[in-house]
Each structure stands twice: as C-alpha cells, then as structure tokens.
Design a binder for this molecule. Structure first.
Ligand SMILES: Cc1cc2nc3c(=O)[nH]c(=O)nc-3n(C[C@H](O)[C@H](O)[C@H](O)COP(=O)(O)OP(=O)(O)OC[C@H]3O[C@@H](n4cnc5c(N)ncnc54)[C@H](O)[C@@H]3O)c2cc1C
Length: 382
C-alpha cells in the first residue's frame, strides 16, 4: 500500500512523501494524547501554514500555494492517517470556512482574512448546524435581519468544530425565512463581535482531538460588508464548496482505514496463536485482503472525483459516490481491524480503539449516507 499510485505526477508523489514525513514527525506522536485530553494542538496550524499545506488549492494571489483538488485529497488522506481529529479541524478551516471566503467573499474580506488564515495564524469555523437543522438545511432558524448598514444576528449553532478555538466563523443564517433554502446567506463573524459567544464545549465519542462547541448570537450586529456572497443565495452558491467537502470526507475515510489496515497487517505477522502467526489463518488473510481491496477502491473513487473537479467536469455524483463508499468501507475496515487485534485492540492504549471511535463520524457529517444515496439516486434520474 505504500507504493505511490502510478497515475500521480512526480510532484504529487513528492507531496505525498513529504506529508507522510510531516505526519510521522508532527501528528502521530501527539494523536493519542490530544484524543485523551480532548484538546486541539493549535501549533499544527502555523506548522502546516509555513509549509504551504494550508494554502493548497488556493490561488497564490489570495495567499495560497496553488495546486489541485487531487493534491488536496492527498493532503486529507495523509492528515487523517495520523489523526482524524486533527485532520477534521484543518478541514473545517480550509475546505469550508476559507473555501467559502475565497469563492464568494468580497475583495476586502479576502484581503483581511485569507492570507493569515492560509498561513495558519487565524483559524476558521463553519457554523451551519443547529438543534433543529442538521440534514435539513431549510430549517435553519438563526436569523440575520438587515438594519441600516448592518445585519443583526440572533440564534444558536450546535456541533461546531473549531468553535472554541476559531478567530472567525462563516455563519449560515436565514435572511428570508419563508424562502427556506433559497433564503440562506453567509456571514463572516469575528470571535470578538459583541453579541457572539461560545456557549460551551461539547465532548464527543470520537475525533476528540478536534474541539467542538455550541455558539450563540444575541443581537450580534455585523456590518453588511461581512456578507459572503449574494444575499439569500449564499448557501446555495456554497454547495459547490460542500462538494469539495465530500471529496475530503472520502480521503479522510481512506486515511483512517489505511491506518487500521497497516496496523492489522503488522499485527497479523507478529501475533502467534496455535504456534503460527494469526495472518496464516485463512479467515484473517481473507479479511486483510478485503481491507486492502476496499481501501484501493475508496482511494480510486476519491481521486476520480478530484480529477473530474480539476479537469472542470461535473463531479457531484462522483463526489457523492466516493463519500458514500469510502466512509462506509472505513467503518467496516476499522471494525475488522479491531476484531483481528482481539483484546489488545480493545484496550485504551491501543490506537485501534481510537480509530474505531473516530470512523463513524464520516458517515454522518457532510451529508449522511442516506442523503448521499438520495442524491445519487436523483442524479441517476430517479
Ligand atoms: C464530529 C462532528 C463534527 C461536526 N462539525 C460541524 C461543523 O463544523 N459545522 C456544522 O455546521 N456542523 C457540524 N456537525 C454537524 C453536522 O453538520 C450534522 O451532524 C449533520 O448535518 C447531520 O445532522 P444531524 O446530526 O442533526 O442528523 P439528522 O439530520 O437529525 O439525521 C438523523 C438521522 O436521520 C437520517 N435522515 C435525515 N434526513 C433524512 C432523509 N431525508 N432521508 C433518510 N434519512 C434521513 C440521517 O441520515 C441520520 O441517520 C458536526 C457533527 C459531528 C458529529
């Protein structure tokens, strides 16, 4: 599995190699501790920024380092291989907050926020979900009411990754409630805006190295200049950004599955029962062969969607299929990995139990498996 994929360019293989080195040095050694302490290692942002990784796929003119969607998929897989929680924090910052800002933000907003964000000096969050609005974005109840040159925000957001550590948020709020989905707009809210507060941190089963909070807006006044994209259309426009998120989810799932697979392959060679390595038993051998095959399939679907995006083809169905397959495969693979580790995998100090807690989230976020199937069926004309 460590062999570079033949279709990658020399530059992409070098990117993959350098990222593996970075992850082995900076992420793997702290992954278990951050998970146990439910703490995001803030120093990762400037380190990734310094090396140009946070700016991947963003134009150089905007403070980014250029590159393709495929480069970005490579980055996501490698970060998640080290820690799904740390990868999630980077993802929300790059693929949701910064991507929305870069795609739809005014020149002034981009100039003020993108260079420091892509350098890792400022951290972003994406505030979409609410207690009453998860899969159903049209139910968003946070209101933004125009008042002179300002908007006044009222409402609350739930399950917001990076909420406790973010310097700025991209908030999805309703500017025309009767229009539901077609009445949602995006706003940049700085962390020190009066009327905004982090209501409390939330503790999670998995991806615990990422920090999550509930956010509250009470008569939070923000200038009209902080509107990102078109009024009433911001969210619909940003769905393009969410397609990128599905490619990222597929890459994360591939990275987590690969971590589980590599550990299992090693363990199957070392662990002896009945006088022989457990990897010599057919049930284990077949299980590991299935893992490897599903990882390859996940990566190929993910990379196909990324290449389609890079070549300017419609790629929504490809991204949905990649996300659906890779995230469900990841859950199956990690479950088998824990099974083949026996009791040793069940112990708190085992990295496998962390992967087991981490993997499920990818099937839930960025559109659950049911929503992916629904969209794929719709794209098939049903
Ligand atoms: C670790 C983590 C990090 C997150 N980070 C963020 C973040 O940074 N920003 C943010 O805005 N949100 C974030 N979220 C929230 C995420 O956006 C929501 O979990 C997601 O939108 C799903 O909403 P829900 O959890 O309310 O589930 P619901 O929408 O209530 O769904 C519950 C169940 O019903 C099913 N279901 C719903 N509708 C349908 C349907 N039409 N057909 C069939 N089945 C359906 C779903 O598949 C699911 O199984 C995060 C969540 C987690 C777990």
């Amino acid at each position: 599995m460590a062999e570079p994929d033949f279709y990658l360019s020399d530059e992409q293989r070098e990117l993959q190699r350098a990222l593996r080195e970075f992850v082995a040095k900076e992420i793997t050694p702290i992954a278990a501790k951050c998970d146990a302490e439910e703490r995001y290692p803030l120093e990762i942002f400037p380190k990734l920024g310094e090396l140009g990784y946070l700016g991947l796929r963003f134009p150089e003119a905007a403070g980014g380092s250029g590159g393709s969607c495929l480069d970005y998929a490579i980055l996501c897989e490698e970060l998640a291989f080290g820690s799904a929680g740390i990868a999630l924090g980077v993802y929300v910052h790059m693929a949701l907050a910064c991507a929305a800002l870069e795609a739809f933000g005014s020149e002034a907003l981009q100039k003020a926020w993108l260079p420091p964000a892509l350098h890792g000096d400022k951290i972003g969050a994406w505030a979409f979900a609410e207690a009453g609005a998860g899969s159903d974005a049209g139910s968003i109840a946070t209101r933004a009411v125009a008042d002179g040159d300002d908007f006044v925000l009222n409402g609350s957001k739930l399950f917001i990754t990076n909420g406790p550590i973010a310097d700025f948020l991209v908030v999805v709020a309703s500017t025309a409630p009767e229009q539901r989905l077609k009445g949602l707009s995006l706003f940049l809210v700085e962390k020190d805006r009066p009327g905004f507060r982090v209501a409390g941190s939330l503790s999670k089963l998995g991806v615990r190295a990422s920090e999550m909070a509930e956010l509250v807006f009470e008569d939070c006044r923000i200038p009209r200049d902080n509107l990102i994209g078109r009024e009433h259309r911001g969210f619909l426009d940003s769905l393009r950004t969410l397609t990128l998120g599905r490619i990222a989810s597929a890459a994360f799932a591939t990275g987590v599955a690969r971590a589980a697979f590599e550990a299992t392959l090693r363990y199957a060679g070392e662990r002896k029962q009945f006088g022989q390595p457990i990897g010599s038993f057919q049930a284990v051998r077949f299980g590991i062969a299935d893992m490897a095959t599903q990882i390859e399939a996940s990566r190929l679907l993910c990379h196909r969607a990324a290449i389609a995006a890079d070549q300017g083809h419609a790629h929504s169905r490809e991204a949905n299929m990649a996300k659906l397959f890779a995230t469900e495969a990841c859950t199956r693979i990690v479950e088998r990995a824990l099974h083949f580790h026996g009791a040793a995998g069940f112990m708190t100090e085992s990295p496998i139990q962390r992967l087991y807690r981490d993997c499920k989230v990818f099937e839930l976020g960025e559109g659950s498996s049911e929503l992916q199937r629904d969209m794929i069926a719709r794209e098939l004309g049903l």
